[in-house]
Every structure is written in structure tokens, then in C-alpha cells.
Design a protein around this ligand. Sequence first.
Ligand code: TXE
Length: 480
Amino acid sequence: MKYIKNYINGQLIAPVLDEHIENIDPSRGKVYSMIPDSNQQDVENAVIAAEAAFSAWSNTPKDERAAIMIKIADIIESRLDQFAAAESLDNGKPVSLASHVDIPRAVSNLKFFATAIQHYASESHNMEGQGINYTLRKPIGIVGCISPWNLPLYLFTWKIAPAIAAGNCVIAKPSEVTPMTAFMLSEVCAEAGLPKGVLNIVHGLGHKVGDAMTKHPKIKAISFTGGTNTGATIAKIAAPMFKKLSLELGGKNPNIIFADCDFDKALSTTIRSSFANQGQICLCGSRIFIERPIYEKFKAVFVAKVEKSKVSYPSDPEAKLGAVVSQPHMEKVLSYIELAKEEGGTVLTGGHQVKLEGEYSEGYYIRPTIIEGLAYDCRTNQEEIFGPVVTITPFDTEEEVLKMANSTQYGLASTVWTENLRKAHRVANEIDAGIVWVNSWLVRDLRTPFGGVKNSGVGREGGFEALRFFTEPKNVFIQN
Ligand code: TXE
């Protein structure tokens, strides 16, 4: 049985109490490795290491910091298949998805911020006759990065990369549900010569390790991605400690399809935006609004194509959907399908668990599910399900669809399908969201601000937004 280790002070070590929790392969429903059940002392040891490393790392020239980050990225890239297989085994997603999305994006995250930091300038403000102000943007010090299970290495590096590029030292905690690629990253960091203490990965439970990080007085900022409720828990602790917070939380994203859309493109992309990663992406379009003139036609072809989507074990090259991440999550998703029926919905396809044969018979598989006939403000249409479940709803006017789209507590992302440019601009402007894709989905430019409004979070990641989060501006005025 493989025992994952913490990465503290450049060493791969067991947790101080040498206690572990089981790590389950969701495609088989079987334990396949053990995770450190770390505690507050492990976090303290990591903070000590980070504190010792901070002066040297923050004073390392940016191009030297960047060179080490690029070396880490290159090693991951050279082992892409191993990382993709590990990600897929840990999360349940198809290997094809991990190898085309998750791992390449982790490599991009590291390379992007390794170069971004070298272009990160700041301002000066001249006061004629008096003097000049200049703004220093200095690293915060020791920062905490806490990430979720849906895109494990992708979101883990999305936080760590800007943090270390900016000169901070990091205490990072991956989800206890998907720790494997974070462990593999630590092995690569050691191999690439990342100075000890710059990155410390402490595995374990959120309410123990994550909580200890949030409470630690020397961890001055927390970058978190996960559930809205957990985000609120973290904020309650961090706010009175005056810590900087970046919270990327849940979503219940509208996918608005007008009758004048490019029908075939809207259809093919909607299948992806509904069910990619088993619907376990905060950016998935789980509420699909279709203008009435094309509602029946779109519904018919959408259902027919989804019926053909193969749910299979992750290494099956034909798998469109793999396993959802855990048994509790499978049960949560299935419970929402039952709720939808109670709320008057009609399941057009899917709506049940899938039992595979042989070694995968105990895995956590759910058919992609399309439900119609629900009120826009029922619980199914208001709460984040985070699984392969979407609802479809017809609409007649722009005003009506915007009211329905903006009716939830969330405001992360949205997609709009129309060939009318004026309508695209008008609707994009009116949607309460941090991200709007027009005639596309999940097109990502890492320079752009990433995040949501309302209960989808606080702050933005990406590009210089992330470097601003992980630095503190200091204005210095020099008298003439
Ligand atoms: O998130 P959690 P989970 C949504 C989605 C999902 C729900 C819960 O609806 O069903 O959140 O998912 C750590 N103090 N999203 O359980 O619990 C935890 O160990 C500090 C949307 O994965 O929020 C893990 O590392 N940390 C999201 C991380 O927080 C704590 C993607 C996320 O766990 C903690 C994932 C605590 N008290 C889920 N409790 C998105 N926006 O992409 C837990 N953690």
C-alpha cells in the first residue's frame, strides 16, 4: 500500500503522529493508498520551515525563481502520462481528460507565472517640485493555499505558482480526496532543486489541517477554492485576524441559448459544458435556458447525443464520463436527482447510478442526466449539485431569461449563444457573473481575471490579479 508523505522543509516525511487516512480509487470503490492525517503540529513545522526560507527566497532574483519554476514544469511535462494516470486514478476522471486538460494546465500555470513575475512592474507618482512616490510590491511572507478535489493539480498549481513567483513561501493543502498528484509534485520540487521551505505540502483533513492553516498567526493570506460553506467558515476565522483572502467558491452557471445561435456549435459545446469532468467543474453550465422557438428541436438532439455518451472506467479511451469523485458525492448527486423529481421535474435521460462490470463494479458512476419541467427558482435550480446533472428550461424574452439566470445566490460564470453581436454585448453586460463566454465555453487566457460575484467568492485569480493578491503594495515618497 503506497503511503503519501508530507513535503516539509524539502523533506518527504510522515505526519508527526504517523496517523493516516484511506485514499479511495473512485473508479473501483477501493482503497489504494494512504494519506497523512496531519495535525496542527505538522502545520507548525511547515510554518517554521517557510519562515526560515522566506528571506533567501524573497531576495532571490525573479529570473532565478522563474528558472526553478520552469524546471518543475518541464519535469511534470516530461512525465505527463504518469501524472495524468495518477490524477485519473485519484479523481475518477477519464485519463484522456487528465492528459489533455488537467496536467497540461498545471504545466501552463507554472510557466505562466514564472514569466509573468518578470513583467510585473509597479508605479511611481511624480509630485512636481516636491518629490516622487514609488510603489513597492513586496511578497506577503508565508501564505496558505487550500485546493479542492475536482481539478486537483490544475487548481493546486494555480495558487502555488503566483505565490512562489512573487517571492512568498507557501503552506499548501490539497484535498484529502485527491492528494496523489500534489505528492508527485513535491517529489518533482525536490528533484528540481526548489529551496527547502519555499513550498510545504501538508496533507490531511480540512477541519484539522486547513483549519490550523487558517488559524495560524504567521500565515498572512489564504487562497482557497472549494465550497461556499467552507469559504464562509474560513472567512469567519480569517477576517478578525486581518488576513488577505481569495475565495473561489461554488457556481450554478446559466447557459443561455438564443434561437439565432449557431445551433450545431451550441449543441456540441453544451454537451461539454454540461458534463465535462462528470459535471464537477465550478464553471459547468448546469442551468440551460433555450429560447422557445428552438426548445423542442434542441432538447431532442441534446438528449439523443447525451444518451450515446459512454460512462466508463477512466482508462477506457471511449469514456466521455468517468467516475464521480467519491461515494458521498455520488450519493449527494443522486439525492438531487430525487429532489428534482419531487419538485416536478421530468428526467429525459440518465437519472441513475451506473454499475460497470468486473473490477469496476463497485465504482461511483452516474449517467449524464437532463431534467426538464422545473421552476427556475426551485432548489434543484438554485443549489450547486456539482455532478453530471443539468436542467433545461424554455424562455420567451431576454428580460425573462436574465431574471432566471440571475436568480441564484451564485455569480461565477455564464455562456451566451447568439449570432447577434448587439444582443451578445447587451446580455453579457446584464448577467451577474465574473466570467461570460459568448459562443464558447472554458476558453481560458491566464492573463484574465478569474472569479465570481455574490456567493461564488471574493477576489480574483489569474494574471496580475494573482500577483497583486500575493504581494503587498508599499508607497515610498522621496522629498526632492
Ligand atoms: O469542498 P470543500 P469539497 C463545491 C461543490 C462541492 C462542495 C464541497 O459543490 O460539492 O463544494 O466540495 C478544505 N478549513 N466545490 O468537499 O469541503 C478541504 O480539505 C479549511 C466547488 O471538495 O470546500 C479541501 O482541501 N479548509 C469548487 C478544500 O477545503 C477546509 C470545487 C475544499 O473542500 C475546511 C470543489 C475548513 N474548515 C467543490 N473544510 C470550485 N469552486 O471549483 C474543508 N477544507
